[in-house]
Each structure stands twice: as structure tokens, then as C-alpha cells.
Ligand binder design. Structure first.
Ligand SMILES: Cc1cc2nc3c(=O)[nH]c(=O)nc-3n(C[C@H](O)[C@H](O)[C@H](O)COP(=O)(O)O)c2cc1C
Length: 326
């Protein structure tokens, strides 16, 4: 699949996730075979006001490419300023605009899924057209089905974005009002695909190769985007990458491998952020690697409270000692 002039090795995209898809995680996940990785969302105003932490989020490296950086913001003017800063300060391949974030703080600033409100269609077109015109890189968008059930306008939104010159659209099959509740609705993704000719990516609730194949077949989407179900289960990306090549792979998941993944994920974070911040991040992330192991409840609790690398090693060691029983 091609996004503008950027060729992807496969059609499996690692979804942007704030607080998770930083450089360390992206590097860790890349080796499982993601065709494209996307950064955490970056705020327009944080860039404009020179926020140090936000500039740290712009660190990228060769091994993770191709890479999309995702920007969010509430007005054409602020997004254009931020776009210029991004283009001058970061090394990346694709600029992605977040038009789907449902978080109240983001929506209150007219950003994220606030752009999907019907009354903003004209403004959305003008904003995206200007962003595309001012970009030296292909521009993509990530959207939802619409604001709420009674105002689903995803087909119109896709037509507007295509007309504005966007190179690809990823659709999370939920409305803003749903947040993460209910099930992703693929019917609207199918309708959107029929209405546009730029590449379209289906996203939401894809948790297995079987589900990915079903969604691709039903929607005729050009690719899939995977977020929560690869967290703690990076082998899912490997299985999907093999499936893309019509190759079979039989991965038997083991607790030892899961523990190795925790360490690899942690070490990648540590290379970039040091021990303290990486341990703090891993408190929320490491327990995901023990999903599906009911006997690991107590270990998950310990991981979610650990305070040092030494403690992390100790917990891993304790699990390994008992792993024959798990
Ligand atoms: C913790 C978390 C953070 C997220 N952050 C972002 C973000 O920064 N930008 C974005 O477009 N979507 C974000 N999302 C939404 C995901 O990219 C994705 O659309 C959603 O999780 C549905 O896909 P999934 O079922 O494969 O997880 C986030 C989701 C989660 C769970």
C-alpha cells in the first residue's frame, strides 16, 4: 500500500495511543512487522508554546520508519502553525491529523472528534485543504463515525477529506458519544470505502487474524489498524504480518516469552527515558503481558505498584520460578 509517495511493507498499522506509542514502544513493536507506526497525539498549542515534554515526543529514529506523527488541534490557524513547527523539527514520513479523539478536554478545545460535528463540515474542509497544501509530506486523517448515533456522517466526512487532498483515512468504527463502549460498527466503514478512492483503514476491536480477515473482506478496506489488542500481545502483529503474505505461522504463547516481552519493552523505554520514567510507565503497561494467565493476578498487582528496576527483575524472577505451575 502507498500513502502518497510512502510505500508500506504491509497494510497493518499500529494505532496511535497517547501515553503508549512513544518511541520506545514503537521500536519494540516494529520488529513484529507493523507496516506503519503512529506517534502519540501531539498538541498544536504545546508545539506553539514550545513545551519541552512535547518536543521530546518528536524524537524519532531510522529503525521505526515509516512513521506518522499525529497532530491534534482545534483551529485551522493553530494547526497550520503547529504543522510548520513539526515539519521543521521532526524527522518523519507522514503527517496524521487527529479528528477522532473523544476526550472531553480535547473536544472542549474544538479538537479531536469535535471536527466531526455536522455544522463544522465547511470549516473541516478549509482546515484540511490548508494543511495538505502546506505539507511537504503526505497527510492522513484518523476519524470516527461521527459525533453521535443520530448524526453519523462518516461518508460525507470521508468525501470532504478526499476532496481536501488527504492521502489516507483511518476510521475507528465508533461515534464520539460511544467513547470505547459497544462494538465497532464496520457497516459504515464499508459504506465509506465505497464512496472514496483513497486508501481506507478499518480500526476498532480487531483482536485476531480471523477478525482481521472478516473485517477486510466485509469492508473492502485497504488495511487495518490495531491498538489495544496488540498491547501485551505483540505476536498478534506478527501473525497479521504473516497472514498478509498468505503465510501460516503457529505461535504458541508462553509465559516465558511474555516475560521477555516485558523486559524488551522496558529496555527500549529505558534507553530513551531512563529508569525512573520507564518504570513508572511500565506500571500501567507490564500487567497487559500477563492477560489470560489467571494465576498471575498477584504478580499483576505487584507490577502495577513497582518502583524500581530491581523490583521489576524480582517480580519477573518470581514468576519464572513458578512458571511451571502456571
Ligand atoms: C490508551 C489509549 C490512547 C489512545 N490515544 C489515541 C491517540 O493519541 N490518537 C488517536 O487517534 N487515537 C487514540 N486512541 C484510539 C486508538 O488509536 C484506536 O482508535 C482505538 O483504541 C480502537 O482501536 P483498537 O480496538 O484496536 O484498540 C487511543 C486509545 C487508547 C486505548
Amino acid at each position: 500500500m502507498k500513502i502518497g509517495n510512502i510505500e508500506l511493507e504491509n497494510n497493518i498499522i499500529l494505532a496511535p495511543m497517547a501515553g503508549i506509542t512513544n518511541l520506545g514502544y514503537r521500536l519494540f513493536m516494529k520488529k513484529f512487522g507493523c507496516g506503519l507506526v503512529v506517534s502519540e497525539m501531539v498538541s498544536d498549542y504545546a508545539l506553539i508554546y514550545n513545551n519541552k515534554e512535547t518536543f521530546e515526543m518528536l524524537k524519532t529514529c531510522k529503525e521505526e520508519r515509516p512513521l506518522a506523527i499525529q497532530l491534534f488541534g482545534g483551529s485551522k490557524e493553530s494547526l497550520l502553525k503547529a504543522e510548520k513547527i513539526l515539519l521543521e523539527n521532526a524527522d518523519f514520513d507522514i503527517l496524521d491529523i487527529n479528528l477522532g479523539c473523544p476526550v472531553p478536554k480535547v473536544v472542549k478545545g474544538n479538537a479531536g472528534s469535535s471536527w466531526l460535528k455536522k455544522e463544522r463540515e465547511e470549516e473541516l474542509y478549509e482546515m484540511m485543504k490548508a494543511i495538505v497544501e502546506n505539507s511537504t509530506k503526505p497527510v492522513t486523517c484518523k476519524i470516527r463515525l461521527g459525533w453521535d448515533d443520530s448524526t453519523i456522517n462518516v461518508v460525507d466526512t470521508c468525501k470532504i477529506l478526499e476532496k481536501a487532498g488527504v492521502s489516507l483515512i483511518a476510521i475507528h468504527g465508533r461515534t464520539r458519544a460511544q467513547f470505547y463502549e459497544g462494538k465497532a460498527n464496520y457497516e459504515y466503514i464499508k459504506k465509506a470505502k465505497e464512496a472514496i478512492s483513497i486508501p481506507l483503514i478499518a480500526n476498532g476491536d480487531i483482536d485476531s487474524v480471523e477478525k482481521a480477515n472478516e473485517v477486510l473482506e466485509y469492508t473492502k478496506a485497504d488495511g487495518i489498524m490495531i491498538g489495544r489488542y496488540a498491547l501485551g500481545n505483540p505476536n498478534l502483529i506478527k501473525e497479521l504480518a504473516y497472514n498478509y503474505l498468505n503465510k501460516e505461522i503457529n505461535i504458541t504463547r508462553s509465559i516465558n516469552e511474555q516475560l521477555n516481552f516485558i523486559m524488551e519493552h522496558y529496555n527500549k523505554l529505558k534507553e530513551i527515558k531512563g529508569e525512573y520514567r520507564s518504570i513508572s510507565e511500565m506500571r500501567g503497561l507490564a500487567p497487559h503481558y500477563l492477560k489470560g494467565y489467571p494465576d498471575c493476578k498477584a504478580y499483576k498487582a505487584r507490577l502495577s505498584q513497582m518502583r524500581s528496576e530491581e523490583e521489576l527483575y524480582q517480580i519477573i524472577d518470581d514468576i519464572m520460578k513458578q512458571s511451571k505451575d502456571i
